[in-house]
Design a protein. Structure first.
Length: 131
């Protein structure tokens, strides 16, 4: 507020370019490649709501999913929808979207499965390239 009590508002427009998303088919050759997982889910103290990231590797490539992480480096409850990033030609690129865990017990997080982005480029393009 300025002197005299008149409210002041400022509107700043920031243009952020979306990260590129993977268009190249993922294969078993990608197993072992480093990735970064980002989400707001539970941590080792069962606290959530804070954006976190962890570096890990691709451990499985299926016809529809990517298995990412290990017992201590993975996504957990609340991370669904978050990106998995891999450097492609030196550029962080979205390769997966966090989907689920196979533990069957939401209180135990030991693995993470991401939907493969390379299989959905036609769908994604409709929204990223929308006016």
């Amino acid at each position: 507020m300025l002197a005299g009590g008149a409210p002041v508002s400022a509107r700043v427009t920031v243009h952020v370019a979306p990260l590129p998303y993977n268009r190249t088919p993922m294969t078993e050759a990608d197993v072992g490649e480093p990735v970064r997982l980002i989400g707001f889910g539970l941590d080792e103290d069962w606290s959530d709501g804070i954006k976190r990231h962890v570096s890990t590797t691709i451990n499985t490539v299926t016809p529809t999913l990517l298995g990412l992480g290990d017992a201590t480096h993975h996504t957990c409850t609340g991370d669904s929808g978050g990106p998995a990033l891999m450097n492609v030609n030196g550029v962080p690129t979205i390769i997966g979207v966090t989907s689920f865990s196979t533990t069957g017990d939401f209180t135990i997080c030991t693995d993470g499965w991401d939907a493969r982005v390379d299989l959905s480029v036609d769908f994604i393009d409709q929204f990223v390239n929308a006016p």
